[in-house]
Ligand binder design. Structure first.
Ligand SMILES: [Cu+2]
Length: 193
């Protein structure tokens, strides 16, 4: 895309030139933003589960439909909501790769943890639900609705300074492989909307 900027005439005063330059910068920035990836994401049913009193982690769920092949690679929330955020999947214990269970803290179902508040599962039995980080992100095939839901994919909130309380809302910023990002308003609820 070609952008042209007009040069102020010699009659312009100093402040006026500055103003013209400022306008040009704003216009250029707007064009740059518009020229980025055209990916759009339809995100519905976003919610986070209410924390039990002792929970130090939480999970966020939603449905995402991308209009181009993409990948959810990262997410973030304000520091007063959680220290860090990961993209997780819940799997059966038997599906885990060798060595993937070293992190005992991850050895639990997100929903179960959120409900019970327990972080104890040192020796999970085969068949137990557990979860792990999606190192390569969550694949979003074009036009396909990907469900993040209890017992499946979820956005994991780690090291909560305070429990998530019913009715709370916060902004979750999703980052995609395409370079796009999208802010989603999350409501804390007892159950899916
Ligand atoms: Cu998780």
């Amino acid at each position: 895309m070609i952008t042209t900027t007009t040069t102020p005439t010699g009659r312009g005063t100093g402040p006026r030139r500055l103003m013209t330059a400022a306008v040009a910068v704003v216009v250029a920035a707007t064009l740059l933003a518009a020229c980025g990836s055209d990916d759009e994401f339809e995100i519905t049913g976003a919610w986070a589960r209410t924390s039990p009193v002792s929970a130090t982690a939480g999970a966020v769920y939603m449905d995402i439909t991308a209009d181009a092949n993409d990948r959810l690679i990262a997410a973030s929330v304000p520091a007063d909501v959680a220290d860090s955020v990961e993209i997780h999947e819940t799997v059966m214990r038997g599906d885990m790769e060798d060595g993937a269970m070293n992190d005992g803290e991850m050895a639990m179902d997100d929903g179960e943890m959120a409900e019970s508040g327990t972080e104890e599962m040192d020796a999970p039995m085969d068949g137990a639900m557990t979860m792990r980080e999606l190192e390569d992100g969550l694949v979003l095939p074009v036009g396909e609705t990907v469900n993040l839901e209890p017992g499946g994919y979820h956005v994991m909130l780690l090291d909560l300074p305070d429990p998530l309380e019913t009715g709370d809302t916060f902004d979750l910023t999703l980052e995609f492989e395409s370079g796009e990002s999208q802010v989603v308003s999350i409501e804390v609820r007892d159950d899916a909307p």
